[in-house]
Design a protein around this ligand. Structure first.
Ligand code: SAM
Length: 301
């Protein structure tokens, strides 16, 4: 059980996430209890290990995707922000998301009739079923369809589809741009997303960065999205196992007067506590408030 990358990322019993390109001069570490799986798939280097304090951890190309302890913050925010910003989401598409956690959240909405997940690497799904069962239970729901193919190609084919095949919400739960997810951070992908949703459709994508890391990349991403969508907003979630503890989420609407910052449907506090561990309607609105330095760069300049 070995791969070149694993030798580099695990040393002296500690996993180290290092990327001079994305976060120069800093690193995130987790103590390893045992390595569970190492594989070079046709698409990426896959590592699953058990950590001493964060449960099982899935790593792709050296970058942490999810840990059992804190995954719910990211999965809930990337799912419920667009779903509650929509008045009646019925058809939902997830691009990536091979761990199943986003599907688990999407099917909590009674209005959702169909949730399709398009994942390029079947290996991630198999390993998640084995080592991340609390996330992978999303695959078992009767409303869920899984398609194994490249998400960009899937959307490309969909661009000529009739309105009945378009989606209410599309969630891009991809890995970072260095690898098979590179296309998801480009303007032509936003155009495909735009064409694949209905007139009141909403999309959300993990932005790979946050306000502390490469804020200029976030600015470029939002600028590119604004060439395609009339509404582009930035939210974020806290998640300790992502380097610097935060991940930005970009949400866009096709309707010019749509306020995605305010949920269109609000559950009772009791229901929220029954369904969610991180998301609630107060946090939905608050998550869009940017610190002053970030607001200056991302909104004013
Ligand atoms: N929460 C994660 C994060 O941002 O750190 C993302 C989790 S999910 C595991 C990311 C998934 O996107 C991976 O399973 C990967 O295989 C998939 N993926 C990457 N490129 C893809 C593509 N071109 N088409 C479909 N899925 C893709």
């Amino acid at each position: 059980m070995s791969s070149q990358l694993t030798h580099v990322t695990i040393q002296d019993g500690w996993f180290r996430e290092v990327s001079e390109g994305s976060f120069p001069g800093q690193a995130m570490r987790l103590r390893v209890k045992q390595i569970l799986h190492v594989e070079q798939s046709p698409f990426q280097d896959i590592l699953v290990f058990e950590s001493t304090d964060y449960g099982n951890v899935l790593v792709l190309d050296g970058i942490v995707q999810v840990s059992e302890r804190d995954e719910f913050s990211y999965q809930e925010m990337i799912s419920h922000l667009p779903l509650f910003a929509h008045s009646n989401p019925k058809r939902v598409l997830v691009i990536g998301g091979g761990d199943g956690g986003v599907l688990r959240e999407v099917v909590k909405h009674d209005s959702v009739e169909e949730a399709t997940l398009v994942e390029i690497d079947e290996g991630v799904i198999h390993l998640s079923k084995k080592y991340l069962p609390h996330m992978a239970k999303g695959f078992d729901h009767p409303k869920v369809n899984v398609v194994i193919t490249d998400g960009f190609e899937f959307l490309n084919k969909l661009s000529q589809a009739p309105t009945s095949e378009k989606y209410d919400v599309i969630i891009t739960d991809s890995s970072d741009p260095d690898g098979p997810a590179e296309m998801f951070f480009q303007q032509r992908y936003f155009k495909l997303l735009h064409d694949a949703i209905k007139e009141d459709g909403i999309i959300i994508t993990q932005a790979s960065e946050n306000v502390w890391l490469k804020i200029q990349n976030l600015k470029t991403l939002m600028h590119d999205a604004r060439q395609i969508f009339p509404v582009v907003e930035l939210s974020s979630c806290t998640c300790p196992t992502y380097t610097s503890g935060q991940l930005a989420l970009m949400i866009c609407s096709k309707k010019a007067d749509d306020d995605v910052k305010v949920p269109k449907r609000v559950l009772s506090k009791m229901k929220e506590r029954e369904l969610f561990r991180y998301y609630n309607s107060r946090l939905h609105e608050a998550s869009f408030i940017l610190p002053t330095f970030a607001e200056k760069i991302l909104v004013d300049e």
